[in-house]
Design a protein. Sequence first.
Length: 121
Amino acid sequence: MKQDIDLTRLTEDELIALNRQVVERLRFLRQTRSYQAMAAFNIGDTVSFTPEAGKIVVGTVVRLNQKTVTVVTKDGHNWRVAPSFLSRTTDANSLDRPRVDGGQGDVVLLHELSGKGRPWR
């Protein structure tokens, strides 16, 4: 499937056209990968992720955007997260364990909302 292209024989216009095709193909592949990752989640799913601050964040999926998933935490914070950074959370007890890097994950479980309504309104 590998095909060698002698770039030294292409004109500037041909190189520009080839570059556009490569960029377009890469964009398509990334978008497809993002859609596949997003298909694993549904509105209402409990998910977790670790932002740069290093503490595990747990929340509920409230919206599937074009490139990201909107997650709302118990305290009402909205996060737009790339689906590749999310993990579906099914075992709440596993979240209480220390993180691999030694940090303690501060975990908030959304199913403890006790009738306060939807925090994302």
